[in-house]
Ligand binder design. Structure first.
Ligand code: CMC
Length: 428
């Protein structure tokens, strides 16, 4: 395979190196392009731009492959735990039994949040969106750990990583409790990660807390499925903010804000809102498929389409099966799942969606599963953020330790007015 490409421009030939990844992905290395030719590249939305080389996640959107550090997402979801996947993403290999046990102890001892941080919740309005609270709390953590957040210090990073993984469920659950006016439930460290999260979300001090193991396992799987997805919008945000050597709390807080949008992690909430709207409107899925095709309707089928997948998102497949299994085991009949199934079938047999390769993505079914677990709609994106935390951390760690890292600073093509003289205000 050629390891150079030739660019012919303005009567001259320029040779550009071609980089080839482990799975045969090819990239044109344009790092010297501007110096050699005076040209920059223009790629709005970065659909064609590789921002880094990474050893963490492999994704083939043409055939629907997702692997973390070489392990298929299907295997991790079926056989692994979320904390094992987190270790794999962050440290590069599946842990041995001893490493796993030590990892759990290490993370678990950080589950409590500082009591003064708890008081910060009092300042938020009762109906504040939990994503607003989560992102604020994550960056607020940096105010409590100022002596240990130097991004370039390995020991600081190690403890920050543990604090973030351990505290994000506590912070998330407290934001939910705040919104419904219930007392905060503190973590119980003998519980597993997902079980503890469900406990903090749903327990009340006056009753015994029993977490259904079926629910805990389903949530653990959902977290695994969200754990990383290479250079998506929020992960690119972590890398970009982190490239300025801002602390990791600041970088993941920014990522949380990026995740919030309905075109990214906010889609899971938007899907359930959309399914509810269709249900209330009589359940005519075809009407909404037609609406989504009209460019001036400002309506898209939420949970459909993906920048990278041009086939069924492998995570959507796993969640679809888990939905069936969990609803059956819990004896829940949710008409929303029927509407989701009908909508997916109607869209998948429509030329508009076929031609554009628009398939259900991870967010299409996850909301139905969250509902079955009793998680309120505006907490869905928060659950996504909890799942994505190991990916954000792993990508940040790889970025901050890579010798190739420079501060992220894209260029632009200026299209505004040319130079013009300043006009005093009374002469305009
Ligand atoms: N419904 C109707 N039309 C769509 C949809 C949709 N959900 N998604 C894409 N299209 C059309 C779009 O109008 C365009 O048509 P045309 O070629 O005629 O102009 C074509 O398909 C390509 O779309 P695009 O917007 O250029 O594609 P993109 O890669 O920039 O956007 C996307 C990807 C995920 C933002 C988009 O498909 C979308 O808005 N989907 C709905 C929101 C959603 O489900 N987001 C979750 C993404 S997966 C999880 C995550 O990232 O967090």
């Amino acid at each position: 395979m050629a390891n150079k490409a030739t660019l012919h421009y303005d009567g001259r030939d320029y040779e550009l190196p071609v980089i080839i990844g482990t799975e045969g992905e090819k990239a044109l290395d344009i790092r010297g392009l501007r110096d050699q030719t005076g040209l920059i590249t223009l790629d709005s939305g970065y659909g064609n731009t590789g921002a880094c080389a990474s050893e963490i996640t492999f994704l083939d959107g043409e055939v629907g492959i997702l692997r973390h550090r070489g392990y298929a997402i299907e295997d991790l979801a079926e056989h692994g735990t979320f904390m094992e996947t987190a270790y794999l993403l962050i440290y590069g290999d599946l842990p041995t039994r001893a490493q796993y046990d030590a990892w759990i102890v290490d993370v678990t001892r950080h589950t409590l949040i500082h009591e003064n941080l708890r008081h910060v919740y009092q300042g938020f309005p009762l109906k504040a969106h939990p994503m607003a609270i989560l992102s604020s709390m994550l960056v607020s953590m940096s105010a409590f750990y100022q002596d240990q957040y130097n991004a370039m210090d390995r020991a600081h990073s190690d403890i920050t990583i543990r604090r973030l993984l351990a505290k994000i469920p506590t912070i998330a659950a407290f934001s939910y409790k705040k919104s419904i006016g219930q007392p905060f439930i503190y973590p119980e460290n003998h519980r597993s990660y997902a079980e503890n999260l469900l406990h903090m979300l749903f327990a009340v001090p006056c009753e015994e807390s029993n977490v259904d193991p079926v629910m805990a396992r389903a949530l653990d799987q959902l977290l695994i499925l969200h754990a990383d997805h290479e250079q998506n919008c929020s992960t690119s945000t972590v890398r970009l903010v982190g490239s300025s050597q801002a602390n990791l709390y600041a970088a993941v807080s920014a990522a949380c804000c990026a995740l919030w949008g309905p075109l990214h992690g906010g889609a899971n909430q938007a899907v359930v809102d959309m399914l509810g709207r269709i249900q209330q409107d009589g359940g005519d899925v075809k009407k909404y498929v037609e609406l989504a095709k009209k460019k001036d309707s400002n309506f898209r089928l939420m949970g459909f389409g993906h920048r990278v997948y041009k086939i069924f998102d492998p995570r959507a497949k796993i969640i679809r099966d888990a939905c069936d299994r969990v609803l059956k085991k819990l004896g829940i009949k949710d008409p929303m799942l029927d509407i989701a199934t009908e909508l997916a079938e109607a869209a998948r047999s429509d030329d508009y969606f076929i031609e554009r390769n628009l398939y259900p993505n991870v967010d299409f079914y996850s909301g139905v599963l969250y509902r079955a677990l009793g998680i309120p709609t505006d907490m869905f994106t928060v659950m996504f953020a909890i799942g994505r935390m190991p990916g954000w951390i792993a990508q940040w760690k790889e970025m901050i330790t890579s010798p190739d890292t420079r501060i992220g600073r894209p260029r632009q093509v200026y299209t505004g007015p040319p130079a013009r003289p300043y006009v005093p205000i009374d002469k305009r």
